[in-house]
Design a protein around this ligand. Structure first.
Ligand SMILES: CC(C)[C@H](C(=O)O)[C@@H](O)C(=O)O
Ligand code: SF4
Length: 472
């Protein structure tokens, strides 16, 4: 029978299933960070258990790491979590990419970069954005701390089988419109819970045209649509990205792996439980105006009027969000001024993101009213960016050039907004207080964030490209 990619990966990993009950599935890789692992390791310690497969378990520290003066962690909880992770990894024999490792970084940047993420694997982490790894055709999802402990102890997990949903992207992205705009556009159109209970598979010509890093941006935000995971079928782009990476089979073994990975794609005639369509042709750069990733619009549009929403719930949510965000309905998005710019995170902290931002910033100055920081997603991204001279472009333009970490994606380290500050952010969540108490977050692409830093307000990066060309 024709199967979807999800069904193939699922069936390859089911160890036990009984009708009406969750299945037990095998986990090929567990990634670990400092925030959601302390109690899991403590649980093992208390019950006298070991980590069953230390060779399939890899850790790094990211959420609590300061991006300036990284070894000087002054917050006591952050320090304790970081120290605890070091001790746990040493005690249980787990490989840790520590603060002094060039591989330290946001867990979802580090894993793919090292080649730990492969098509067809099941991958878990105590972190919702584990969906990022689905870009390789891996079934990757976030789990809770008690499940982290269970996987550490057994390498297995109980899971109810999700349903499948094809997100068919029709047409092609236009210049200046990025993978970030694509996923923001999908969530703005279909909402933050349209995919609850489903594993998404993104298909279509424009998905095939995306680089691995762009695919990661798309899959990263699957969770913001409520999905359990997001998948993109592996293809030559995937294999070229993986070839030669540290934890990928080498030589003949790699060719054999590729042959097996090619079998994973959804069969002709396989049926998804649900299908939605999205038009890439007419998509333009996106900005969120509210306090959920689904509250987004075209940069050429305006802050919506709550009265225009169709249901009472939507009207109330929009009213509350607009008030929190300190906006006025009807204001053009390009009139909204900003105080801060954050370029980084597991959504947009990879080298191509930094290149896109630097291409916009080169030769310009950050607005005097704006503080702008660029935070590479990992130590390796930082080194690569410096090799290419991107750090100099940013510094000359007035951006701060930081060390790897989650940084201002969430307020768990010294990078936080002050109350009332408004930030153009390349991250994935704009919830109330996400970047600091009473801080206001607008989600955008890296190019849009860089252009906003220079203009001091949101601006359509497509005009920006035009303007830059005119001035040259
Ligand atoms: C701290 C962690 C549990 C959390 C997550 O699960 O996603 C964080 O990474 C986030 O992005 O909100
Ligand atoms: S960068 Fe942000 S979204 Fe990604 S793991 Fe860190 S806190 Fe979570």
């Amino acid at each position: 029978m024709a199967k979807t990619m999800f069904e193939k990966i699922w069936d390859n990993h089911v160890i036990h299933s009984e009708s009406g009950k969750p299945s037990i599935i095998y986990i090929d890789l567990q990634l670990v960070h400092e925030v959601t692992s302390p109690q899991a390791f403590e649980g093992l310690r208390l019950s006298g258990r070991k980590v069953r497969r230390p060779d399939l378990t890899f850790a790094t520290m990211d959420h609590n790491v300061p991006t300036k003066d990284r070894f000087n962690i002054t917050d006591p909880i952050s320090k304790q979590q970081i120290d605890t992770l070091s001790k746990n990894c040493a005690d249980f024999g787990v490989t840790l990419f520590d603060l002094d490792s060039i591989d330290q970084g946001v867990v979802h940047v580090m894993g793919p970069e090292l080649g730990l993420t492969h098509p067809g694997k099941t991958i878990v982490c105590g972190d919702s954005h584990t969906s990022t790894h689905g870009a390789f055709g891996a079934l990757a999802f976030g789990i809770g701390t008690s499940e982290v402990e269970h996987v550490l102890a057994t390498q297995c997990l109980q899971q109810a089988k999700p349903k499948t949903l094809e997100v068919r992207i029709n047409g092609k992205l236009k210049p200046g419109v990025t993978a970030k705009d694509l996923i923001l556009g999908v969530i703005a159109k279909y909402g933050t819970d349209f995919a609850t209970g489903y594993v998404l598979e993104y298909t279509g010509e424009s998905i095939r045209g995306l680089s691995m890093e762009e695919r990661m941006t798309v899959c990263n935000m699957s969770i913001e649509a409520g999905a359990r995971a997001g998948l993109i079928a592996p293809d030559q782009t995937t294999f070229d990205y993986l070839r030669g990476r540290e934890y990928v089979p080498q030589g003949e073994a790699f060719e054999q792996a590729v042959a097996a990975w090619k079998q994973l794609t959804t069969d002709e005639g396989a049926v998804y439980d649900r299908v939605v369509d999205f038009d890439a042709d007419s998509l333009i750069p996106q900005v969120t105006w509210g306090t959920s990733p689904g509250m987004g619009t075209d940069v050429t549009s305006r802050v919506p009027n709550p009265a225009d929403f169709s249901t009472e719930n939507e009207r109330k949510a929009a009213e509350k969000a607009i008030e929190y965000m300190g906006l006025t309905p009807g204001t053009p998005m390009t009139d909204v001024t900003i105080d801060y710019v954050f370029i980084g995170s597991c959504t947009n902290g990879r080298i191509e993101d930094l290149r896109a931002a630097a291409a916009v910033a080169q030769g310009y100055k950050v607005s005097p009213n704006v503080t702008a920081i660029v935070v590479p997603g990992s130590g390796r991204v930082k080194i690569q960016a410096e090799k290419e001279g991107l750090d100099k472009i940013f510094i000359e333009a007035g951006f701060e050039w930081r060390d790897a970490g989650c940084s201002m994606c969430l307020a768990m380290n010294p990078d936080v907004l002050k109350p009332g500050q408004r930030c153009a952010s390349t991250s994935n969540r704009n919830f109330e207080g996400r970047q600091g108490r009473d801080g206001r977050t607008h989600l955008v692409s890296p190019a849009m964030a860089a252009a906003a830093a220079i203009e001091g307000r949101f601006t359509d990066v497509r005009d920006w490209n035009f303007k830059v060309k005119q001035e040259a």
